[in-house]
Design a protein around this ligand. Sequence first.
Ligand SMILES: Nc1ncnc2c1ncn2[C@@H]1O[C@H](COP(=O)(O)OP(=O)(O)O)[C@@H](O)[C@H]1O
Ligand SMILES: [Mg+2]
Length: 456
Amino acid sequence: MATRFEEDAHAEHQQNGANRAQREADFEKLLSELSAAITRVSVAEIDSEIERWLERIVLATGVDRSTVIQLDRFDGLLYITHVWAREGVTALPPRLRTAPPQEFSWLLDQVNSGRVVVIACMDDLPPEASNTREAFRLVGNKSNLTLPLTVGGVVIGALLFGAVRFEKHWSEQEVQRLKLVAEVIANALERIRGEAEIRRLSEELRRASQIMTMGELTASLAHELNQPLGAILNNAKAARRLLTARTPDLAEVDAALDDIVRDDARAIDIVKNVRAMFQRAEAKMLPVDVRELLLDVARIVTAEARMKDISWRIKLPDSLPLVQGDKTQLTQAVLNLVMNAFDSVCDGDGPREVALRADQEVPNEIRVSVRDSGRGIDAAVMPRLFEPFFTTKPSGMGMGLTIVRSIIENHGGRIWATQNPDRGATLEFVLPVEPSTRDEAAEHSSGQKSRKKGMP
Ligand SMILES: Nc1ncnc2c1ncn2[C@@H]1O[C@H](COP(=O)(O)OP(=O)(O)O)[C@@H](O)[C@H]1O
Ligand SMILES: [Mg+2]
């Protein structure tokens, strides 16, 4: 006998069939509202907005629940980030972080290869998906639609719709529309990720500026190293003493040597840790949109500029070709230059102006410059600017420009500093344009005259 729940579902199903045309028009409207709403809300509101929309879409399509799962590329875990289910329908708990379940491996493979998986009836699943079928049955799914969430060709997760009360036929048109929903949601999630990245960078920046001065660093390094070095010396002395005995206890000597080896490894670890502080993680070279990167930098530093009463300007062309590079490192490099410019204009009571610019004077290079109205760079300082630990600031570390230069050179670029004719300094660098965009780049700048000046 059908339960009340199932009867309701059946009635609703029938009725839905009768009003198909109306339903489709409504759905179309819903979609455009969704994309408008999600783009409009602030990053902080995106999560609740997505959940609100899952509800509306579930109701509009007549299914029973929807889930957004994100893939964490760093730890390989799945993260259930958004869930909505009709009353009486079970759903995965939101904010659950889990290893990819073995039984869904087939489905996950499909998602990872960017495929949409339409399951009207569990029996439609191919034999190799038998474990996925069983798993779906266990959670009561009669039909399911799984759409990969992709940003820039990379799968970041999946959007699932499940029907538990009856089998649902997914029309081609419906699937197409839900693909658009997946696209809107993927872009919204990317906005959250982008914001998290900016927060992480600002945090890193704050930490970098608070990092110990060179004196403190040396003192703590010496302190850390003293312990294992002292122990090594004691054990070496003990071993020598043991060996002078008439019948040396070789087991004891062996133990002393073991300790020496262990303490030496510890000293090496300490040195490694200190070096790691200065070394960035291995570069991930991908096509980078420099224009977008500079806009990110601008957003990161705007608050700081306001706080320090700096008039901060950014001037970018409408478009720039891509460069091949590591976005995090390049962002870090530009941030360092901007921070130095901020330091410079705040030192003294001259005008406080900093400008970030990018342009493309020659087809195969992008130039980025940071110009400030500070005191400028002394002729005596100029040749030492990029040296490690060179600083003229009381609590400076002198690593900023060293790191910037190594990043830029690792990207095949060059960096230099000039004293401005009026006041202040300009630090600028060039990066080679990504080879695949070079042709467009050539077209892009063919209208411009080559005004390239001599460069160091
Ligand atoms: N925009 C600038 N204007 C004037 N001097 C600068 C500028 N940028 C860097 N410098 C000089 O270069 C030195 C090294 O900079 P950096 O390597 O970033 O280390 P830090 O900022 O810790 O001093 C600074 O101490 C400063 O003397
Ligand atoms: Mg600096």
